[in-house]
Write a protein that binds this ligand. Structure first.
Ligand code: NAD
Ligand code: UDP
Length: 310
């Protein structure tokens, strides 16, 4: 098969670096476009001697011109609440102007383009579990809105480019994902709990810890992204692990797996923090023949090993 040229925006980030690795292993040429806002050269250092890999330091809010691109995965956008809220206007620009630039690049190249959307488009959901036809419950002017509404607008732009320009688009809604290459200080719950447990520091639960999330391991997500790009499906399609647990249960699991002597302490719940989140993945199962296979203990152990070594 002809070698493809695949552009991964946000390729130096957590998910992007794993996706680049998988695409390189499948003998593609990979262009990693990243402004290193939350990503890191350390994540892509292993590819630096690979002739099929190219890193371009570029901010997607500025146009990017390039020919001969077959596929684009648009992952560029900070994902952790502390990062996307640190410069909310920039987050909106990345999700709108940046997305228009990536869609324009796809149009010029007649390339397939996949958008990394998010379970946050469901906001604080009133329907449980969340199916793709649920339109969400999103606060348009809260602290999380720059990300939630930005990602909703990105989906709109993708659909409008399909309708107006017949672009070959794909939208996946990613649920909480964890694994090696997560940034230590990104404030997300899995990295926070693991680091606190490894240091025997207090584990910080926000609120009473009864809020739930469903965590998928990075390898499962990457498999889903590849399957989506190869499929005829437009989406949106949920990609997540439907096994749901409370933050209190997660804290106890991490303490047990790390053999930690940490205590649990409770802090204020951030505004608009969703109470429950679990994907309905029947669409991904039927259209992509995809389901997550890594169980939480195995995935957490691999992530703990990564944080222990780095
Ligand atoms: P991350 O912060 O590790 O990676 C994002 C990458 O995008 C970083 O390398 C960052 O430097 C880059 N970036 C940010 N703004 C940019 C810009 N304007 N121009 C160029 N590069 C830019 O986050 P992640 O967890 O790897 O998330 C990747 C994508 O997946 C994001 O779009 C995110 O919204 C989506 N997503 C992630 C999760 C999750 O649980 N990790 C869940 C839902 C959706
Ligand atoms: N959370 C927590 N302690 C932490 C970090 C996060 O209890 O140290 C909670 C947070 O309030 C939320 C859940 O864990 O209810 C998941 O948070 P994260 O930022 O990882 O993802 P998101 O809220 O975007 O799903």
């Amino acid at each position: 098969m002809k070698k493809k040229t695949i552009l991964v925006s946000g390729g130096a980030g957590f998910i992007g670096s794993h996706l680049c690795e998988r695409l390189l292993n499948e003998n593609n040429k990979v262009i990693c476009l990243d402004n290193l806002f939350t990503g890191s050269l350390k994540n892509i250092e292993v590819f630096k001697n690979d002739n099929n890999f190219e890193f371009v330091n570029h901010d997607i809010t500025k146009p990017y011109y390039r020919d001969c691109i077959d596929e684009i995965y648009n992952l560029a956008c900070p994902a952790s609440p502390i990062h996307y809220q640190s410069n909310p206007i920039k987050t909106v620009k990345t999700c709108t102007i940046g997305v228009i630039n990536m869609l324009g690049l796809a149009k010029k190249n007649n390339a397939k383009i996949l958008q990394a959307s998010t379970s946050e488009v469901y906001g604080d959901p009133e329907i449980h579990p969340q199916k793709e036809d649920y339109n969400g419950n999103v606060n348009p002017h809260g602290y999380r809105s720059c990300y939630d509404e930005g990602k909703r607008c990105a989906e709109t732009l993708f659909m409008d480019y399909k309708r107006e320009h017949s672009l070959n688009i794909k939208i996946v809604r990613i649920f909480n994902t964890y694994g090696p290459n997560m940034t230590k200080n990104d404030g997300r719950v899995v990295s926070n709990f693991i680091l606190q447990a490894l240091n025997n520091d207090n584990i910080t639960i926000y609120g009473d810890g009864s809020q739930t999330r469903s965590f998928q391991f990075i390898d499962d997500l990457v498999e889903g992204l590849i399957k989506m790009m190869k499929s005829d499906s437009v989406g949106p399609i949920n990609l997540g692990n439907p096994i749901e647990l409370s933050m209190k249960d997660l804290a106890n699991k991490v303490i047990k797996l790390t053999n930690s002597s940490s205590d649990i302490i409770y802090k204020e719940l951030p505004e608009d923090d969703p109470k429950r989140r679990r994907p309905d993945i029947s669409l991904a199962k039927s259209t992509l023949d995809w389901k997550p296979i890594v169980d939480l203990e195995t995935g957490l152990q691999e992530t703990i090993n990564y944080f222990t070594q780095s």
